[in-house]
Design a protein around this ligand. Structure first.
Ligand SMILES: NC(=O)C1=CN([C@@H]2O[C@H](COP(=O)(O)OP(=O)(O)OC[C@H]3O[C@@H](n4cnc5c(N)ncnc54)[C@H](O)[C@@H]3O)[C@@H](O)[C@H]2O)C=CC1
Ligand SMILES: O=C(O)C1=N[C@H](C(=O)O)C[C@H](O)C1
Length: 212
């Protein structure tokens, strides 16, 4: 595959570029703060940047008419709507977490959500000090999967790649589900799976749940 990355100079951008190149795919196009890198037209675009870059990504996806995989967090509702509109013309995969472990976490949360009536439920997420958004996109996905208003606590500590814990307690016991990304590689692997999934699709809106 010949890939393009929005945010290619960032932490995730570099991890994704490295992984794809290790697997003999080619990085041919990029967009970052200092503009465009152009070698040739990409076959798909991957966006790990910031919500304020979204419109630029949208323009490039329309211009190249290629699939989009987007992991940028903190998107506004209107931007998610815009992705759904875009997906009528090109395939789109959107997720706030591309790790397999978080997919399993969401399945466990779904299994438990009807069985913890009256329990205290809280989410704690911990990330590196450079993270711009709070709470994390993953914490928002976990909360959404529970169908109820659950408090989220956010810690910003050192270089933590991404920890999420769902605590559930009654007066006699505490149950928790926890996930720790040991590095950004786990997310990049999910992006590669998504690229293989989406590359030959014509259009449609997908999440990482659809991919695995
Ligand atoms: N969905 C997932 O599995 C994951 C999502 N993320 C999300 O990915 C995004 C990026 O995370 P990191 O790589 O850690 O951040 P980062 O700050 O290292 O990288 C962001 C990149 O976007 C570029 N950028 C910022 N403003 C720009 C502008 N106006 N125009 C063009 N480029 C611009 C920066 O120069 C930088 O290279 C965040 O939203 C983060 O929450 C991060 C890890 C996993
Ligand atoms: O910014 C990060 O680093 C991460 N962001 C995502 C989020 O906001 O949930 C996913 C992951 O936890 C790392």
């Amino acid at each position: 595959m010949k890939i393009g990355i929005v945010g290619y100079k960032g932490r995730m951008g570099k991890e994704i570029k490295d992984l794809f190149e290790e697997k003999n795919h080619e990085f041919v196009w990029g967009y970052d703060k200092d503009g465009e890198y152009f070698q040739e037209k990409p076959q798909l675009i991957i966006d790990f940047s910031l919500p304020e870059v979204f419109e630029k990504t949208e323009d490039y996806v329309k211009k190249f008419k290629v699939p989009l995989i987007i992991g940028t967090t903190g998107l506004q509702d209107e931007q998610i709507e815009a992705l759904k509109t875009l997906s009528k013309d090109v395939p789109v995969v959107q997720s706030y977490n591309f790790s397999i472990g978080i997919q399993l976490f969401l399945k466990m949360a779904d299994l438990l959500k009807d069985k913890i009536y009256g329990w205290d439920v809280e989410i704690v997420e911990t990330h590196h000090r450079f993270k711009k958004d709070k709470p994390s996109g993953t914490a928002k996905m976990i909360k959404e999967s529970l169908d109820k208003d659950v408090p989220i606590s956010s810690l910003r500590l050192g270089n933590v790649a991404g920890d999420h814990v769902l605590y559930m307690a009654n007066l006699g016991e505490v149950l928790s589900i926890s996930h720790r990304a040991l590095s950004r590689r786990a997310f990049a692997e999910g992006v590669l799976k998504s690229a293989e999934f989406v590359i030959n699709k014509k259009n449609g809106y997908f999440t990482f749940t659809d991919v695995i």
